[in-house]
Design a protein around this ligand. Structure first.
Ligand SMILES: Cc1cc2nc3c(=O)[nH]c(=O)nc-3n(C[C@H](O)[C@H](O)[C@H](O)COP(=O)(O)OP(=O)(O)OC[C@H]3O[C@@H](n4cnc5c(N)ncnc54)[C@H](O)[C@@H]3O)c2cc1C
Ligand code: SF4
Length: 395
């Protein structure tokens, strides 16, 4: 599978500057105020407009260590581009695409505005290596803290690595941004599970002064209706298997996806791209309240994926699933495989997630707020700020 973002990426430096020239250079730029991660598009677009490409890159990179990842997966239509003042004239500035162009340019010219500092400060343990942890680790390392990230899986990145399909987020950009974090002096230990291989007590005994937990919602929800069904798989497990197989998974012909969020549409699109003949998505929500983003739905429709809205599964028998809507219409499907995409939950037990201890902090999906990459970056940055304050401020 190709990375559709790479294929869509068509900005040359001149075209990017031309797009940036449409920017109204707003005071207190609404786009910047709407970026949870504080990437500051108003500022980087201004630099780009005046042909200061390095300055633009520096703004993105210093504010958001995952600037390249975010440029590819962020639902900009809900954040910066929704707020863009240019919309009232014609259409919003293509902020996500400009950011993607700038980060690709950073790679091309081998420009790294982040300079590592000497690591002289306290030891900090970060649990999980998703976007919140990556953002927190880089903020702390930039200030000289001795950061170790512990990850239970083999590879770093959380859902960026194991969830979001590679046709939307290539591994190269993730690996590149992780390499920038490593350059800042962050240590990564993989295949190491918190609450099993390591605990709060063992980490404290090893001299870690602070523990930041960013373990995410790492398990797919199930439905009791399918407890004894051997055709069912969770969407996140399915997507992980695809990634582990290097997009070479054998797929059944008739796939039924239950759920209506981005994860459901990712699973549907992936199944279709792997060669499934018929892919149906059936969601409880009606089209007006459909959780999946417009862009993802459009791609799914282009691939001739059937989408039924407003139906809830009520029965599973004789390998058939029956759905009903609020006017008592029913649909019955006989799928070869059922993929459940009805949300995720945390695998860490509640007693740890509710722990109240001064040196323990939380970030990412397990904390309050939007469940998006850019919001995870925000919570990671916020946690880093609180940790620095807890350890006595910027010394
Ligand atoms: C299929 C899919 C598609 C998505 N698409 C988008 C999108 O397009 N745009 C968007 O903005 N958001 C998207 N999201 C949501 C986004 O990925 C999450 O909101 C974000 O990754 C959450 O970040 P996090 O920091 O909480 O960590 P997560 O990404 O959840 O990672 C948590 C990490 O902690 C590790 N971990 C868990 N328990 C332990 C333990 N006990 N010990 C050690 N490590 C542990 C896990 O293995 C994992 O690596 C998508 C999610 C999925 C599943
Ligand atoms: S809101 Fe739109 S027009 Fe205003 S500074 Fe941001 S990108 Fe430019």
């Amino acid at each position: 599978m190709n990375d559709v973002n790479e294929l869509n990426q068509c900005y040359t430096p001149l075209l990017a500057i031309e797009e940036a020239a449409r920017c109204l250079l707003c005071n207190d730029a609404p786009c910047s105020q709407s970026c949870p991660a504080g990437t500051d598009p108003g500022k980087f677009i201004r630099s780009l407009r005046f042909r200061n490409l390095k300055g633009a890159i520096e703004t993105i990179r210093t504010n958001n260590i995952l600037g390249g990842v975010c440029s590819r997966v962020c639902p900009t239509e809900k954040y910066c581009q929704l707020a863009c003042s240019r919309t009232s004239i014609d259409r919003p500035i293509e902020i996500g695409k400009l950011q993607q162009f700038l980060i690709d340019y950073e790679k091309t010219i081998n420009f790294n505005p982040l300079k590592a500092v000497e690591i002289t400060k306290e030891k900090i343990a970060i649990i999980g290596s998703g976007p919140s942890s990556l953002a927190a680790s880089s903020e702390l390392a930039k200030k000289g803290y001795n950061v170790t990230v512990f990850e239970k899986k083999e590879k770093i990145g959380g859902w960026l690595r194991y969830g979001i399909p590679s046709f939307r987020l290539g591994e190269d950009i993730l690996d590149y941004e992780i390499s920038l974090i490593k350059n800042l002096g962050v240590t990564f230990i993989t295949n190491c599970e918190f609450n099993k291989d390591i605990t709060i007590e063992s980490l404290e005994k090893d001299g870690f002064k602070v523990i930041l937990i960013g373990t995410g919602y790492d398990l797919g929800r199930t439905l009791p209706l399918f407890d004894n069904c051997n055709k069912v798989e969770n969407a996140v497990d399915f997507l992980s298997r695809i990634k582990n197989s290097n997009n070479n998974l054998k797929i059944e012909d008739n796939i039924l996806i239950i759920g209506g969020g981005d994860v459901a549409i990712d699973a549907a699109t992936s199944a279709k791209l792997l060669g499934a003949k018929n892919v149906k998505v059936i969601a409880r929500e009606t089209m007006e309240e459909f959780p999946a983003s417009e862009g993802e739905l459009k791609n799914a429709r282009n691939l001739k994926i059937s989408i039924f809205d407003g139906f809830t599964p009520t029965d599973y028998s004789n390998n058939k699933v029956t759905f009903i809507n609020n006017t008592n219409e029913t649909i019955t499907i006989l799928p070869d495989k059922i993929i459940l995409a009805i949300g995720q939950i945390a695998s860490l037990p509640q007693d740890i997630l509710n722990i109240k201890k001064k040196n323990i902090f939380f970030a990412g999906d397990i904390s309050e707020g939007d469940k998006t990459v850019v919001y995870a970056v925000k919570t990671g940055k916020d946690a880093a700020e609180k940790i620095i304050e807890f350890l006595g401020g910027d010394r």
